[in-house]
Design a protein around this ligand. Structure first.
Ligand SMILES: Nc1ncnc2c1ncn2[C@@H]1O[C@H](COP(=O)(O)OP(=O)(O)OP(=O)(O)O)[C@@H](O)[C@H]1O
Length: 457
């Protein structure tokens, strides 16, 4: 980390004396009044500031110093501020500490003590930064393979742990890529059936004509090509767990046969005379709204009640507070290891882009983007561009007035609408409830790219 120090001191003699106290491994900038101090704060983002309380226009008092202290802490609350006071100025030093300064230093200047105090402030800053990073990286679930720290996902995991030891038929609802199959496997792994098979079948991926024999198996001679008996998925899960993915896409005709199996726990292989008894726990998943399918006559209501003894609603990644970054960091580590690039980290623009992007394809989309970024990253730091995400400026978060707040919000909304619409301007304009000319003039105003970065970029 580059260590950046800002010295705010109006006496030019003291300024240069202080400057020379510090070795070259510090980047030092100098300000002699509030305005230049704030400009440097924004431009250099110093980690530590030494602040003389007696600044113009009140060099004999401390009012200007106090208001600058307040403003620095408001704009950059993580900055460590050391107030510099006169020898007799204990009261103001104590007041400044009460307001949030991390330390104080009394004139006259003593180089050894000053460097000691400043070094200590840098160490404190660094420790706090490491702490924040660790807290961000912490995976709060105990379930193997599931990375989550948000209250929304922790609630899902708690429910999962409660229902895992039972045999209740569970329906997992959630958008594509939210981890439904992963949760189904976790339910199996935490159940008494863990040592028995976990058989998964994707009802949407198998042609309707084949799905029945895939699920229920067939007897020799049942149809042309059936040269021997074959177990279906349900039978192959015997003793364990059957996972029916995309249950909303199960053909209507087959739903009745599945319902009978769920009621009687017996299956009829295609072409068989005798039913076979099977002991499986059933977990279903869908990204579709089954109630709507029922209303539209595409899904049987009685089957719905059978499969949803308990439902688990998996929130979209954008609705999990803080999970995007936790997941991105975990993926950067694990995929980085696989691809032989183990020591990468995210640049600041990547962190804010990960936090601001709505992740319509959820965790699966994130896996793809992180993989791409690991391949594309040129140095040790992965940028928003490597992730093919729009960089959102962190500086904007520290806006000072209504105009800037409005502009930040507009820029963010435009970026999100463009990402969600796949850079289709007409769709993005519709999402925002504005006309096409307006969206073009806004993207011009904010200098926003209106096409997706190509994979080569
Ligand atoms: N919380 C998580 N922690 C770690 N990896 C996750 C998490 N959620 C999902 N994944 C990973 O994301 C990918 C997609 O997850 P999964 O296939 O379980 O999603 P899905 O909801 O079943 O998707 P679809 O509806 O498209 O079938 C998998 O590689 C999975 O391991």
């Amino acid at each position: 980390m580059t260590r950046r120090l800002l010295i705010v001191e109006d006496d030019p003699g003291l300024q240069s004396q202080m400057r020379w106290c510090f070795s070259d491994d510090l980047e030092v900038s100098l300000a002699s009044d509030r305005e230049s101090a704030l400009a440097l704060l924004r431009r250099e983002e110093p980690n530590v500031v030494t602040l003389d309380l007696g600044l113009p226009p009140d060099p004999g008092g401390a009012s200007e110093g106090f208001s600058l202290l307040e403003e620095i802490l408001r704009l950059a609350p993580l900055t460590k501020i050391i107030v510099v006071t006169g020898r007799e100025d204990k009261e103001n030093a104590v007041k400044a500490i009460g307001m949030g300064a991390s330390d104080f230093y009394q004139k006259p200047l003593d180089a050894d003590i000053l460097t000691f105090v400043v070094d200590r402030a840098f160490r404190l800053y660094e420790l706090e930064r490491e702490n924040r990073e660790l807290a961000n990286q912490q995976n709060a679930t105990n379930i193997k393979g599931i990375v989550a720290a948000s209250p929304q996902m922790l609630q899902v995991c708690r429910t999962l742990e409660k229902i895992a030891p039972t045999d209740v038929t569970t329906l997992i609802n959630g958008e594509t890529g939210t981890g439904k199959e992963l949760l189904a496997r976790a339910l199996h792994d935490l159940s008494p059936r863990a040592s028995k098979p976990f058989a998964a079948i994707n009802c949407a991926a198998i042609p309707e004509a084949l799905l029945e024999s895939e699920l229920f198996g067939y007897e020799k001679g049942a149809f042309t090509g059936a040269t021997q008996n074959k177990k279906g998925k349900i039978e192959s899960a015997n003793g364990g767990t059957l996972f029916l993915d995309e249950i909303g896409d199960m053909p209507f005709a087959l739903q009745a046969k599945l319902l009978r199996f769920l009621q009687e726990r017996m299956i009829d292989r295609v072409g068989a005379i005798e039913p076979i008894s099977v002991d499986v726990r059933v977990i279903c998943a869908t990204h579709r709204n089954l109630n709507q399918l029922i209303e539209g006559g595409e899904f049987r209501e009685d089957l719905y009640y059978r499969i949803s003894e308990i439902t688990l609603d998996v929130p979209a990644l954008r609705d999990r507070d803080g999970d995007a970054l936790v997941l991105a960091q975990s993926l950067l580590k694990s995929i980085g290891k696989e691809l032989d690039r183990p020591n990468l980290s995210f640049a600041e623009d990547a962190i804010s882009a990960v936090n601001n992007y709505p992740w319509p394809g959820n965790v699966r989309e994130m896996i793809n983007k992180v993989k791409r970024a690991i391949i594309m990253a040129e140095g040790k730091r992965v940028t928003a561009e490597d992730l093919s995400l729009q960089a959102t400026s962190t500086q904007d978060e520290k806006c000072l007035n209504l105009r800037q707040i409005r502009e930040t919000a507009e820029r963010r909304a435009l970026n999100q609408a463009l990402q969600v619409s796949g850079f289709n301007m007409a769709r993005a304009a519709r999402l925002l409830g504005i006309t096409r000319p307006t969206i073009y003039s806004l993207t011009d105003k904010y200098n926003i790219e209106t096409s997706e970065a190509s994979p080569e970029s």
